[in-house]
Design a protein around this ligand. Structure first.
Ligand SMILES: Nc1ncnc2c1ncn2[C@@H]1O[C@H](COP(=O)(O)OP(=O)(O)OP(=O)(O)O)[C@@H](O)[C@H]1O
Ligand SMILES: [Mg+2]
Length: 246
């Protein structure tokens, strides 16, 4: 009789407590050693709550790969949405990865469909879509925090959108400002491809995420292991060795 391998595996005791928490897209509740960055972001965006739609924030986040830029901003976007919701201030958080959506059209249609799910996918120019977004935000008295993650891909491929987004409210004196922007790039050199006025807007607020120290990686690994594995599955000595390797 053929062995049923499922039965064999099911008999073995697993080390995992919650295997899903190891998924690359899983965002943990806490991010040890990114509290300062979360606090700084909250300070920068506070006026969206204290004085809704009076300002449009534009922030650039930079730093090496794998150091929690995306995870921090996802937690922050959620925080901002919730603090608004509690006070009946409508703030939508939209996170777009520009490695996947590399053109102005693709980014904009994603925003439009987040605002109106049944919006037709074809037949509109980027300019039409941007106008639709601005009008909808006005009609619904809403602010959007737009995160353009891996923004360098959009800058390399299609600069128009970043140019328009940094200037949307330039001509409208005293009108509500309904779009804030966080761009995430590993390396600031991609900005050199932009015109000097866009560069200066984006360079006004740059938050540099520093690389973690070995001690910080130890704390982070320990926390993530506690979430995903049963207790005492891995000793501190092994975690220490893993921190040094990574
Ligand atoms: N402080 C932290 N605490 C817990 N987990 C963390 C922390 N920092 C990073 N991580 C985890 O490490 C992984 C990589 O983080 P993230 O994707 O945010 O990096 P990144 O800086 O956006 O990298 P990239 O530039 O490659 O996009 C994710 O699974 C994230 O949850
Ligand atoms: Mg990232």
């Amino acid at each position: 009789m053929v062995t049923n391998y499922f039965e064999n595996f099911l008999k073995k005791e697993t080390l995992f407590k919650a295997e899903n928490t190891l998924d690359i897209n899983y965002i943990p509740d806490k991010l040890p050693h990114r509290e300062k960055e979360l606090s700084l972001l909250s300070q920068l965006f506070l006026s969206l709550i204290t004085n809704p739609n009076s300002t449009s924030r534009k922030i650039l986040i930079t730093g090496n790969t794998g150091i929690g830029k995306t995870a921090t901003v996802k937690i922050f976007g959620d925080m901002l949405h919730k603090v608004g919701q509690k006070r009946e201030i409508s703030i939508k958080y939209i996170h777009i990865n520009c490695r996947k959506e590399r053109t102005s059209y693709k980014v904009l249609i994603n925003i439009v469909r987040d605002i109106q799910q049944d919006f037709p996918k074809r037949g509109y120019s980027p300019q039409d879509l941007l106008e639709f977004i601005i009008k909808s935000l006005q009609n619904e008295d809403m602010h959007v925090l737009l995160v353009l993650d891996e923004l360098n891909y959009l800058i390399e491929n299609d600069k128009d959108l970043i140019y328009s987004l940094t200037r949307i409210y330039d001509d409208s004196f005293n009108s509500p400002q309904r779009i804030s922007l966080i761009g995430i790039v590993r390396d600031l050199s991609c900005l050199n491809n932009l015109d000097s006025s866009t560069i200066s807007t984006l360079q006004n607020n740059i938050i540099k995420f520093n690389t973690y120290s070995i001690e910080q990686i130890f704390d982070i690994l320990k926390y993530r292991i506690k979430l995903s594995l049963k207790s005492n599955s891995i000793s501190d000595d092994v975690i220490k060795m893993l921190s040094e390797i990574s």
